[in-house]
Design a protein around this ligand. Structure first.
Ligand SMILES: NC(=O)c1ccc[n+]([C@@H]2O[C@H](COP(=O)([O-])OP(=O)(O)OC[C@H]3O[C@@H](n4cnc5c(N)ncnc54)[C@H](OP(=O)(O)O)[C@@H]3O)[C@@H](O)[C@H]2O)c1
Length: 234
């Protein structure tokens, strides 16, 4: 059932964050990630802009310096699909900061298997993704009930959403883990098509990430619309 929309904490509630609040944004050299770095920095947080390609990352940081935001931004290379890069990022981060406050990371058959909350686990997600990959290798995925449009994208998103529920359960009381769908947004991924800009999507993401700790939920899936605000679907 849809709940009441989330208000924008950047304009309506007490500011709990400061320059000592650290946000890490992955895939931040362009699109929504880049816009979110800009928004967090404008709001006064310290933001770690990460990019898998260092030259693109440095270029992105330089373009934010022009806006006078360099005091709030630092850069580190991070390819989230490369274990060595992830390890090297973690050791860089630990050498520089004590902790982070915000981390922004990215059918029917999947829903039937992963929708069972009690049985949801990391192993189960790995197993389902493994079956999908095998079906693709064997050339039979179309007959096996996987989503027929945006197939690999849908499977990866469902796995990520399911994983966020596993993490939310595991770290309940310590960390809030939520998913956010920005809606159809004008970025490179959509060839510039969409209902709103990356800046609009970043504003919605910031309004969720910066909710006061007492109002922040965990294990939820939010969707955002510039006209209807942010809603939780779970
Ligand atoms: N745009 C939409 O309508 C829409 C709707 C729903 C959900 N989303 C989600 O929102 C997120 C951002 O999308 P976007 O529209 O901003 O896309 P985008 O403009 O294409 O940007 C994607 C970013 O992710 C980076 N990236 C890709 N693989 C990576 C990896 N392995 N490690 C680190 N970074 C990686 C890209 O780096 P490179 O420049 O090096 O490729 C780029 O910076 C995605 O998860 C997307 O699925 C978007």
């Amino acid at each position: 059932m849809q709940q009441a929309p989330i208000c924008n904490p950047t304009t309506t509630t007490a500011r709990w964050w400061s320059k000592d609040s650290i946000a890490i944004v992955t895939g931040a050299n362009k699109g929504i990630g880049y816009a979110l770095v800009k928004r967090f920095a404008q709001l006064g947080l310290t933001v770690v802009l990460t990019s898998r390609d260092p030259s693109k990352g440095v270029k992105a940081v330089d373009s934010l310096k022009v806006l006078g935001l360099d005091g709030n931004i630092c850069f580190c290379q991070l390819d989230i699909s490369d274990q060595a890069s992830v390890r090297s990022f973690v050791s860089w981060f630990r050498s520089k900061f004590d902790a982070f406050d915000i981390l922004k990371l990215k059918n029917t058959k999947m829903k039937a298997i992963l929708g069972d909350e009690k049985r949801l686990s990391e192993d189960r997600i790995d197993m389902v993704v493994g079956v999908f990959l095998q079906d693709v290798k064997d050339g039979r995925w179309e007959r096996q009930g996987w989503p027929d449009i945006w197939t690999d994208y849908s499977v990866s998103k469902l796995a990520l959403n399911a994983y966020s529920r596993v993490l939310a359960r595991r770290y309940e009381g310590l960390v809030s883990v939520n998913c956010f769908c920005p809606g159809f947004t004008q970025t490179a991924m959509t060839d510039g098509q969409g209902k709103h800009s990356a800046d609009d999507a970043a504003e919605m993401a910031a309004s969720l990430a910066l909710l006061s700790p007492s109002r922040l939920t965990t294990g939820k899936f939010y969707t955002g619309s510039t006209t209807r605000g942010m809603h939780s679907k779970l």
